[in-house]
Design a binder for this molecule. Structure first.
Ligand code: IPD
Length: 305
């Protein structure tokens, strides 16, 4: 989405540099958290699998302070501030939307599939996104996404590599319906797919769909800070993002389809499909809708808790 009143190029440059600083602290934390004495730094939020570490809090504090100094009029929503009770309503004002460490469980297990997320929402729509994965000694060369140009076709869900996540809601209803959705093809409505992946970070899933390595990612239960940046990056790479079964049904026949409205951004149900090359008789967008339709007719809708 364009936001001509904001200098998005300079905000992007600034936030990328800030994400690198946050990435250094995450790297330092991932070493420190492995020491025996640091295990006391891992705490639980709503249950024993919803983890937060001292580094989630420290990284968010660092980024929040820095952004407040540089952009004093912008608002701020962050995962850890939200958990601590700071829950400003979404307004039309520019609002940074930050997850200090997405993939906290991976972080705790010293699995490097964890990222820093810095998004910007303006007029209630995601407009800018940075997803930063830090590695020791990493030098990254910028690549244009999707990696395949033109984008690859996708004939049907049966050829798709799909990302799903277990999330932190382990209630019986949620796990039962997710399990049956991820289950065998011979259950009622079941379908084949190449395979399922769960990398443990919503933002990484979005980035991998933007890249084209994953064809689709679906999750119920994550939050705006998990997806805000990924939405912008996936859309910029030709991907399409929408919300729940109902949101898809209501918008797929309209010109607004693919717009991540406030309802979708805050609705905690997300599906993203990569750029698909058009073919004779079908545009890329039609193919993306066909894949979502096929996927949503296969999985159960479930409430986000
Ligand atoms: C979580 C990760 C995970 C997803 C959860 C998120 P966090 O974020 O993105 O993959 O399944 O829904 O809450 O807690 O690691 O920042």
């Amino acid at each position: 989405m364009s936001a001509p009143e904001l200098d998005l190029d300079s905000i992007l440059e600034y936030t990328v540099a800030l994400a690198r600083t946050a990435g250094d602290l995450i790297l330092e934390g991932s070493e420190a958290i492995q020491s025996a004495t640091a295990s006391k730094d891992v705490n639980e939020k709503k249950n024993s699998v919803d983890l937060v570490t001292q580094y989630d809090t420290d990284v968010e504090e660092l980024v929040k302070k820095d952004l407040a100094a540089k952009y004093p009029t912008f608002k701020f929503i962050g995962e850890e501030s939200y958990s601590a009770g700071s829950r400003p309503p979404l307004t039309d004002e520019p609002t940074f939307c930050v997850d200090p460490i997405d993939g906290t469980t991976n972080f705790v297990h010293w699995l490097s599939l964890r990222v820093h997320i810095l998004g910007l929402i303006y007029k209630r729509r995601p407009v800018l996104g940075v997803i930063f994965q830090s590695y020791t000694g990493q030098t990254a060369k910028p690549l244009k996404l999707p990696l395949a140009s033109p984008p690859k076709p996708l004939g049907s869900l049966s050829q798709a590599l799909i990302a799903v996540e277990w999330g932190s809601d382990r209630g019986e209803k949620t796990i039962t319906s997710k399990s049956s959705s991820f289950g065998p093809q011979n259950v009622q409505g079941g379908k084949m797919a190449h395979s399922l992946r769960s990398v443990g970070s919503a933002a990484l899933n979005f980035a991998l769909v933007a890249q084209g390595g994953l064809d689709l990612y679906w999750e119920v239960g994550c939050w705006p800070w998990d997806v805000c940046a990924g939405v912008v990056i996936a859309q910029g790479a030709g991907g399409v993002v929408t919300g729940s079964h109902d949101a898809f049904a209501a918008s797929s026949g309209t010109a607004e389809f693919g717009e991540v409205t406030e309802e979708i951004l805050t609705g905690r149900k997300y599906i993203v499909v990569r750029a698909i090359g058009g073919s004779e008789g079908e545009t890329g967008l039609e193919a993306q809708k066909r894949i979502i339709q096929e996927f949503y007719s296969t999985v159960e809708d479930v409430d986000a808790n």
